[in-house]
Write a protein that binds this ligand. Sequence first.
Ligand SMILES: Cc1cc2nc3c(=O)[nH]c(=O)nc-3n(C[C@H](O)[C@H](O)[C@H](O)COP(=O)(O)OP(=O)(O)OC[C@H]3O[C@@H](n4cnc5c(N)ncnc54)[C@H](O)[C@@H]3O)c2cc1C
Length: 316
Amino acid sequence: MNKNKDFEKNKILINLIKILGEESVLFDEPLKNHTTIRLGGCTDFLVTPNNFEKIILTLEYLKSENINFFVIGNGSNLIFSDDGFCGVVIKINKNMNEIVVSDDFIISESGSMLPKISSFALDNELSGIEFACGIPATVGGAVVMNAGANGGEMKDIIEESVFLNEDLEVCVIDKHSHNFSYRKSIFRDKKAIILKSTLKLKKMNKKTIEERVRLFTLRRVENQPLDKPSAGSVFKNPSKDICAWELIEKSDLRGKKIGGALISQKHAGFIVNDLNSTSKDVINLIKFVQNAVYKKFNIMLKTEVKMVDKNGKEIF
Ligand SMILES: Cc1cc2nc3c(=O)[nH]c(=O)nc-3n(C[C@H](O)[C@H](O)[C@H](O)COP(=O)(O)OP(=O)(O)OC[C@H]3O[C@@H](n4cnc5c(N)ncnc54)[C@H](O)[C@@H]3O)c2cc1C
C-alpha cells in the first residue's frame, strides 16, 4: 500500500467534507452506481453539491490543488472505464433541482430531470417539452448533448443558460450562443458547468399536452429495452435519412453479444448490460459493430455515448 497516496487521499477527503459536508462526499465510489448502464470502476471521490456556492468553493479547492474533476448529471450517456476515475466526480442531480415557472418560461436548476420538468409543464399547461418526457437526463446533461426525441430537441426550447466557466466566472448565454447541432452544443467539449437553464414554452390545452405525453411514452415502452441497463442509443445516425439502428440490423447484429454486452433484440441501436458486463465488453462490441457496418455499407458509425478513461479523456 502506498502510504503517501493514502495520506494525500485522506487530506482531500477532509477538505471536501469541510466544504460540502459529510453527506455530500463519497470516496472510492463505484461509478456503476451513477450511470444508467451500470458500468465503471471506482472514482477516488464523488461529490453532490447542493448549491452554486458549494460548486464554486469545490472548484476553487480542486483548482488550487490541481486535482482532476469530471461533471456528471444522471450518467445516462456515459460509460466510464473499468479502471474508474482518478480525481473527483461532481454529480449535479437531485441536490440542485429547483424548477419555477414565470409566464411561458420555466427556469430550472441543472440537476432537474427532464421527465419531472415535462410533468411540471403539463401541470402549468405549457407545451414544448413533451418530446423529452421519457429521456432520463438532467437539464444540464440534456443541454450539453442537445438531447432530442419525437421531432423535438433542447435547441427548440432553450432560451438561455447560466454556467460557470473555466475561470470560475458565472456567465449567461442566449439560445443562439449554445451553438446547438445534432447531439452537440458549445458545452460538449468544455470544462464549464451548467448551473441553470430557462426554457421557453407556450400555453396549450392540458388535454392536448397529455395526449402527446401518452403517445411518446407508449412509443418508448414499445420500442426500447427499458428493462435492461443501457446508455440509450449508442451511435449517432449518419444522416437525416440513414438510421444507425437500421444499418446495425441489416448487418445481422441484433442479439450479438460480447461478454455481458448485448445488442438489444428490441432496438438494435441500444447496447444493454445483459449480465455482469464490463466497460471493456461494451467497447469491444462497439468496435465490432463499427467494423461490421463499415464492411457492409462503407459507413463508419460515430458514437453518441461518451466513453471516458480514468483521466476523464474521451476514449474514442
Ligand atoms: C433509456 C435511455 C433512453 C434515452 N433516450 C434518449 C433520447 O430519446 N434522446 C437523447 O438525446 N438521448 C437519450 N438518451 C441519452 C441521454 O439521456 C442523453 O444524452 C442526456 O442528454 C444525458 O443527460 P445526463 O444528465 O444523463 O448527462 P450525463 O450522461 O451525466 O453527461 C453527459 C455529458 O454532459 C456533461 N454534463 C452533465 N451535466 C452537466 C452540467 N450540469 N454541466 C456541464 N456538463 C454537464 C457530462 O460531463 C457529459 O459530457 C437516453 C438514455 C437512456 C439510458
